[in-house]
Design a binder for this molecule. Structure first.
Ligand code: ADP
Ligand code: MP5
Length: 269
């Protein structure tokens, strides 16, 4: 039996809601074979990040070589990359192994406020990773940091920023509007010509730990299976909306989304 393969290159979230764990659960639910390269361990739960332990370049390179030299992959999703050196290594290896379908989620700060990317690494992200990305999926604070704005607070501003982000080299840009404070949850997909709006009702919940990771992993899984970008992003939006609707009240803080809900609902139809 053959199966589409998807690789996440990201940080481990011991709490299971974001990072590597969210990505692998999402890959599984969307019927792809998930693999992982761990860039950093985080000691994390619903209350926040209690420790960050980046892995050595040697350990990261060994994982990349092991997976890509033997198994290969149909898509990659990058998440927490932490430092400029890790970003450079990942970019070099993705080029060396001619990886296609590269989804870059430019993770910078955890929902609780902890930094998951060193400040000085933003330059490497912009110069080395964005130009080789198939699609990038920044949230509003990440997009503001990348284009040098203080903040982005309206749909009108988002429409300008999505075009500015595209000029940095990725083939497609998905700008996530989850951080707008009111109105629907709108994401914009720009393909270089047209801005597609993906809109859902804003779900009233605080349990959104791992939404960005899960959404980007779902895009990667769909691209791995051969979907075009519009279809991949539409499916990912449906997946994350259902996962947030049925989010889990686990722990004392910001609970995780429910990765299993999408498939469970599909099976009930
Ligand atoms: N309260 C919400 N209701 C519905 N969709 C949401 C909500 N919060 C976030 N989303 C959606 O979840 C996805 C992840 O967005 P976002 O939370 O902005 O990312 P991040 O986790 O990177 O900060 C996007 O598709 C966004 O529109
Ligand atoms: C290891 C790791 N990676 C990424 C995130 C961001 O989570 P979110 O998807 O909620 O922005 C996180 N909290 N931890």
């Amino acid at each position: 039996m053959t199966i589409a393969k998807a690789l996440t290159i990201a940080g481990s979230d011991s709490g299971g809601g974001a990072g590597i764990q969210a990505d692998l659960k999402t890959f599984q639910e969307l019927n792809t074979f998930g693999m992982s390269v761990i860039t950093a361990l985080t000691a994390q739960n619903t209350l926040g990040v209690h420790g960050v332990f980046p892995q050595s370049l040697e350990a990261i390179e060994a994982q990349l070589n092991a997976v890509l030299s033997d198994i290969g992959t149909d898509a990659v999703k990058t998440g927490m990359l932490f430092s400029a050196d890790i970003i450079s290594l990942v970019a070099t290896k993705l080029k060396e192994y001619k990886v296609t379908n590269i989804v870059v989620d430019p993770v910078m700060v955890a929902k609780g406020g902890a930094s998951l990317l060193l400040d000085e690494a933003t330059k490497a992200l912009i110069e080395e990773l964005l130009p080789i990305a198939t699609v990038i999926t920044p949230n509003l604070p990440e997009a503001a940091k990348i284009v040098g704005l203080k903040d982005i607070t309206s749909l009108e501003e988002m429409k300008q920023v999505v075009v500015d982000l595209h000029k940095l080299g990725p083939k497609y840009v998905v700008l996530k509007g989850g951080h707008l404070t009111d109105g629907p949850a709108v994401d914009l997909l720009f393909d270089g010509k047209t801005i597609h709006e993906l809109e859902t009702k804003r779900i009233d919940t605080k349990h959104t730990h791992g939404t960005g990771c899960t959404f980007a992993a779902a895009i990667a899984a769909e691209l791995a299976k051969g979907a075009d970008i519009v279809k991949a992003v539409e499916t990912a939006k449906a997946f994350i909306t259902i996962a947030i609707t049925h989010s889990l009240h686990i722990g004392g803080g910001i609970g995780p989304t429910n990765h299993a809900a999408y498939r469970r609902l599909a099976n009930e139809k």
